[in-house]
Write a protein of this length. Structure first.
Length: 116
């Protein structure tokens, strides 16, 4: 993977911390907000690296562009991501969020753009 861009990862975490309880965002929406429209994979790498950070990053709230729990293999248990989301009232079937459009949180609409 080469040199990890820790400042980019930190910016990702700052956005993910702001995803409200009971809502989800996507790798691509976060990347777009941070000015890297093709950076969804880098956001995924940031989520993979986030599991030992304190305070805990709510990585379970980041899913792929159609609401699939594509990052679930990175959690300590294969069902943990789904359990955490369901604890927040999000309904899931076959690893996919059922009411995805209703619970989707777009940082570009919800947050002021970063300056710097």
């Amino acid at each position: 993977m080469g040199k990890v861009n820790t400042s980019f990862f930190q910016k990702v975490y700052e956005v993910v911390y702001q995803i409200p309880f009971g809502r989800v965002s996507t790798y691509g929406a976060i990347a777009h907000f941070l000015g890297t429209s093709r950076g969804a994979r880098m956001v995924g790498w940031a989520m993979n690296a986030s599991h030992n950070i304190t305070p805990q990053i709510p990585a379970h709230r980041v899913v792929n562009r159609v609401g699939l729990l594509s990052g679930k293999a990175q959690f300590s248990s294969p069902n943990l991501m789904q359990q955490l989301l369901e604890n927040e009232g999000i309904k899931i079937k076959d690893d996919k969020i059922l009411n995805f459009k209703q619970v989707f949180w777009d940082p570009s609409n919800e947050l002021k753009a970063h300056n710097g």
